[in-house]
Write a protein that binds this ligand. Structure first.
Ligand code: PRX
Length: 566
């Protein structure tokens, strides 16, 4: 019989010393860490890099890349020099404060340097997921009229310059034949390794991430430099980062986790960040853990489940003894996987909850607390959570309702790009409560149990997918008349994208057409958005009056089928 709770482990020395359970926490206590609290001059890139160099830690390893070819290392000092060179190139081409600079690069140090260089000169950085296809790239840059793009020559076939008229310059990390692109790596070589920091305000824009809801196209969530307060502190208390840690966050910066907990939080804490290029493979991942000597590891349930499925024999081939702290985010963490890690690695997996909009973790299993498998943990110090009913009144323990966070906290989004209405929609019960769109309940100890979404958003392998975007793409295919897209429960990925469609006259539905339609969405949007299942219906369920698609009905249909077949 397995224990229903797992005791705290011996780590967590920072939070243990600095926080007494149950006490209130004032985020202003964190300000002293930053140079701006004395100088009054703010910049995230400066606090991530220069602050450590100025404190005599320039020789400490900042980035450690394991991928194709030889491992690449940058110390904090080397990172400062390289970021400065890139910043100088960007400046020379007119990039400045408040400009939107999109970064479309693989998991490689260049991607990190590009982001930090843009931030150093006051630009707002928009990291794009490396798997995005042409239309996903175009839609995002066009939405906020991005002027600059830093990408790799090998990604250029997914950048349709003619259809992104706002773009002034494209910088590439590989010298190509096209003379209209600027080879940033080559130009940086001859630049000075010194560059002035563009000082900004805590409230100035830092990054923009496009994220899906259940309606319309992805929205641009803009965050401010003040985020560093909470990102630093959660890095310290939740990730339990200590200076000599070798830390690996497996997410690409195009997903907000890869930016906040892949770049900002670890660098603010002065640790070594491991970057691994390439796709998932259990063997390659274990290899990275061993080779880099990873101590703190932040990943997602789908990846853990995939590792679990590969079996213990493979795991045993590797020396994973350096690992001391494991965390998870993005989708429900099933108890099975927690027990798997506990039994095979002797470590608990610490679930964390947050959203693109929240800018940093809000609910987590901090190392000093008991874990209840099945729960995401409790609000972190300084955060208050409640479960509200449809009228906005708090519900008692064990009753499911809307997961709500009391405003405000240091890393809450600054705005939704040109969409005040969308921004306001997060506060339906007044400005005191931010409503996540998640359903949850609390137990008697205040542990939060995730129960699903209150809208139609799909979560496949932690990837947030808006059904509307997929439906719109599906009906662009000549064979598809109408489409309704839902998340179908899946043992490994949490959910998969399932489409219900009606077909135009003259088309024969079969394996071939299925593959063609799936590929169509994959090529235009991204692999994770392409339906893994497509089912043809005579007609789609709709509301009688307005003819609006009833995804709820499609979901019900799928659920009933699962019940009958299991
Ligand atoms: O539904 C919740 C789910 O992911 C959503 C946020 O997605 P995104 O903005 O892409 O994530 C950014 C960084 C996490 C949430 O509304 N989610 C996130 N964490 C968890 C989760 N669902 C269950 N358990 C979690 N730990």
């Amino acid at each position: 019989m397995r224990d229903s709770v797992l005791p705290p482990h011996s780590g967590g020395s920072h939070i243990q010393k600095e926080y007494k359970e149950g006490e209130p926490f004032d985020w202003r206590n964190v300000h002293d860490v930053f140079t701006w609290s004395k100088s009054g001059q703010v910049n995230m890139a400066y606090e991530c890099i220069d602050r450590h160099v100025n404190a005599g830690k320039g020789a400490h390893r900042a980035l450690y890349y394991i991928g194709k070819g030889k491992a690449i290392t940058y110390t904090y000092h080397e990172l400062q020099s390289e970021v400065s060179r890139w910043a100088n190139v960007l400046r020379r081409y007119g990039v400045g404060k408040g400009d939107y600079v999109f970064v479309f690069l693989p998991k490689h140090p260049y991607g990190y340097i590009a982001m930090l260089a843009a931030i150093r000169i006051g630009a707002v950085v928009g990291p794009l997921f490396e798997a995005f296809m042409e239309e996903a790239v175009k839609d995002r840059i066009n939405d906020c009229e991005g002027k600059y793009l830093i990408t790799d020559q090998s990604f250029m076939d997914r950048v349709n310059k003619e259809e992104i008229p706002s773009l002034r310059h494209i910088f590439t990390t590989d010298s190509g034949n096209d003379t209209t692109e600027i080879s940033i790596v080559e130009e940086a070589r001859v630049e000075s390794s010194f560059s002035e920091v563009e000082w900004v305000d805590l409230e100035d824009g830092l990054n923009i991430h496009y994220t899906s809801g259940s309606t319309g196209k992805p929205k641009g969530i803009i965050h401010a430099h003040r985020n560093m307060i909470q990102q630093y502190q959660t890095g310290r208390w939740v990730l339990d980062l200590h200076e000599n840690d070798v830390y690996w966050c497996t997410a690409h910066p195009g997903w907000v986790t890869g930016t906040v907990y892949g770049v900002f939080a670890p660098l603010l804490n002065g640790v070594t960040v491991v970057i691994h290029g390439g796709r998932f493979s259990a063997e390659a991942w274990y290899q990275v853990l061993e080779e880099a000597g990873v101590t703190v590891w932040y990943s997602a349930p789908t990846a853990f489940r995939m590792l679990q499925a590969e079996g213990e024999d493979l795991q045993k081939k590797f020396d994973l003894s350096s690992l001391r702290h494991i965390l998870s985010v993005g989708e429900p963490l099933n108890p099975e996987v927690i027990y798997w890690a506990y039994e095979t690695l002797g470590l608990r997996i610490h679930d964390t909850w947050w959203m693109t909009e929240t800018g940093a973790q809000l609910i987590a299993n901090v190392p000093t607390r008991t874990i209840k498998p099945g729960s995401m943990g409790r609000p972190i110090p300084g955060i208050e959570v409640s479960i509200l009913d449809e009228e906005g009144s708090p519900l008692p323990a064990f009753e499911t309702g809307h997961l709500a966070i009391r405003t405000s906290w240091p890393s809450i989004m600054k705005e939704v790009w040109k969409n005040k209405q969308k921004f306001n929609s997060y506060f339906p019960y007044g400005e005191d409560w931010y409503i996540a769109g998640d359903l949850a309940y609390l137990d008697e100890d205040g542990y939060v149990f995730f129960q699903g979404r209150s809208d139609d958003m799909i979560n496949s392998s932690g990837e947030r997918i808006g059904p509307f975007e997929v439906e719109s793409k599906l009906i662009e295919h000549p064979a598809i008349k109408e489409a309704g897209v839902i998340g179908k429960p899946d043992d490994v990925r949490g959910e998969i994208v399932k489409a219900f469609v009606t077909i135009n006259h003259g088309y024969d539905w079969g394996e071939e057409l299925f593959k063609e339609v799936r590929l169509f969405v994959k090529d235009k949007l991204a692999a994770h958005a392409a339906p893994r299942e497509i089912e043809v219906l005579e007609e789609l369920p709709k509301t009688q009056i307005s003819g609006k698609l009833l995804r709820r009905e499609l979901k019900k249909r799928e659920q009933e089928r699962a019940t009958f077949s299991s």
